[in-house]
Design a protein around this ligand. Sequence first.
Ligand SMILES: *Cc1c(COP(=O)(O)O)cnc(C)c1O
Length: 386
Amino acid sequence: MTKIIYLDYHATTPVDPRVLDAMLPFFGPKFGNAASGTHSFGWEAEAAVEVARKRIADLAGAAAREIVFTSGATESNNLALKGVVTAAGVARAHIVTVATEHKAVLDTASTLAEAGCRVTVLRTGADGLVNLAQLREAIGPQTVLVSVMYANNEIGVLQPVRQIGAICREKNVLFHCDAVQAFGKFPVSVDADHIDLMSVTAHKMYGPKGVGALYVRRRNPRVSLTAQMDGGGHEGGMRSGTLNVPGIVGFGEACVVAAREMAQEYGRLGVLRDRLRQRLEEGLDGVHVNGSMEHRLAGNLNVSFERVDGDALLVALPDLAVSAGSACNSHGGAGSHVLHAIGVPAELIQSATRFGLGRFTTEEEVEYAAGRVVEVVRRLRAQSPV
Ligand SMILES: *Cc1c(COP(=O)(O)O)cnc(C)c1O
């Protein structure tokens, strides 16, 4: 078999060679613990962590002291929701989130509900967008937190984050945003968007796996957060545990590269994604785009094919690394909860295919992938007409 084309950039991204270069010394001679305050090994590591912290903060329009390092966005989402709700008192708290959120938010909300927190899960339209009137209505006197993601990891739909933030600010409710798929792709500003807590992760933006951050607003308003990890009191007491220094350095470098290149890259990906869609629609009938095309991340295309078995499609495309809507996540069940939530019928969920384009995707790869999908869908339809 020839080269496999990677079109799964929402699942993870390769580490950019420039990021790897920045990290390598911290696996070698610069191995110190950033918490070692008594010698130069520790000081060197701490200084590198603080440079990275500032770089991540700059990309978010935040202050460095508002960045808490974590093991990734799953942990950041857990810390945001559990931290705010615990600080407010679980039994008195109410939170609002959305049915299309990442499982790291939805399952955390379920755990909090079991502990006595009231949880409202908003539905979306077929376009995947939150209805702002419904959101406003859901916020009550006990509401402490609204959690809505920036860009969806399956359908790429961009929520009206700025308006959501404005509503939260007006109602005096904290706003948490899982910005994993947005951060480093286009400009994000915690102040302009009225975001109080924001989850990000390095491995979705050409940094290493196992390192992320939670932005926690320190003023106007100052967020009260209860730590979820007890120990040495690292990260201002909000997240104990020895810092992943090489990972953090890589995360910082990934932010520098993203800041420099995002504007041009975002435009390039939009063109490639539109070309992919055009090729599929020219070559095939019965192609359905899942979610809003207008409010969508540039590198995302999520489409379903009528009269095609999703498993057979994947099996016939071993040369394309894409993701399937039929894929059960670790919870099992009937495929993507996101596609289900936006009302995609079961027949189209099972053939849903997510194309995630990114920094190393070329025009040739997109043309090849489109050609292969068209060829295989035609063949499968001819073989077993449903
Ligand atoms: C990948 C992802 C996460 C989880 O991030 P990890 O760092 O892998 O834990 C959370 N939210 C969204 C939207 C994601 O795409």
